[in-house]
Design a protein around this ligand. Structure first.
Ligand code: AMP
Length: 247
């Protein structure tokens, strides 16, 4: 774990099955950046039975998106609640903005005039065949949520959970036809979003390609250090060093 020298306001984009969750987790831990996920905020509203929660619950059950204006208001108020509006803060957004409309609303600063905008938009590019392959080879132990992959992380006994010995199954939403739909939907909503950030400021969008999480993370880690610099661990004589502080 280390600290960045300059504030990073990060958005990570990646198709379903691209390992976005893994990259997010590793990034937050590696650089000690706080993150918020729009899905988590909505699930909290649902649990607390708020008006937004009731709306989000019925919308997500139909597989639709919460309207842009409501979603942006919810996220902006969460950023304010955490005192993350100043340009000195680093944070990562997971799942928001998801559409071009949300990005425009966030940048208009109508909802949060003091908000400092995103300065690093990461696009995970994973070949479709790698995603479909990963999904086709994925098994889950439902009671614990333990995931296996027949290629990278197979169970010790075929078809059985390592810990309990209970049977493994496929996730219902890992059906290849359903999955293809989700990939198509992702592309349709994300491409305009990526274009928006590309046109907004040169160099904000950074695309990274790779077939495995380790290959992608190694590149991502290097790029974060290159852009934001990091304060490295104390040296033996107690002095601190700064690394990767290039602008
Ligand atoms: P997730 O956990 O990111 O899959 O989000 C769960 C559900 O919350 C989605 O299916 C959407 O209905 C809703 N949701 C999450 N983030 C957004 C967003 N940025 N815009 C609109 N709806 C969202």
């Amino acid at each position: 774990m280390s600290r960045l020298l300059r504030p990073a306001r990060v958005l990570l984009l990646g198709p379903p099955g691209s390992g976005k969750g893994t990259q997010t987790e590793r990034l937050l831990k590696r650089f000690d950046i706080p993150g918020i996920s729009s899905g988590d905020i909505l699930r909290r509203h649902i649990k607390e039975g708020t008006e937004i929660g009731m709306l989000a619950s019925s919308i997500s059950k139909q597989g639709r998106l919460v309207p842009d204006d409501i979603m942006t208001k919810v996220v902006a108020s969460e950023l304010g609640r955490r005192h993350w509006l100043s340009p000195a803060n680093s944070w990562l957004l997971d799942g928001f903005p998801r559409t071009r409309g949300q990005a425009e609303m966030l940048d208009s600063r109508e909802l949060a005039p003091a908000l400092a905008g995103l300065n690093f938009v990461v696009e995970l590019v994973v070949p479709e065949h790698a995603i479909l392959d990963r999904i086709a080879n994925r098994l889950v132990h439902v009671p614990s949520g333990r995931l296996y992959n027949l290629t990278y992380n197979p169970p010790k006994v075929a078809g059985r959970d390592d810990v309990t010995g209970e049977p493994l199954t496929r996730r219902a939403d890992d059906d290849p036809a359903v999955f293809r739909n989700r990939l198509d939907e992702y592309r349709a909503s994300t491409q305009p979003l990526v274009e928006y950030y590309r046109n907004k400021a040169a160099g904000v969008v950074w695309s990274v390609a790779g077939e495995t999480s380790d290959v992608i993370f190694a590149q991502l880690e290097r790029e974060v250090v290159r852009r934001f610099g990091e304060r490295v661990e104390e040296t033996a004589d107690g002095a601190e060093e700064a690394a990767g502080a290039a602008d």
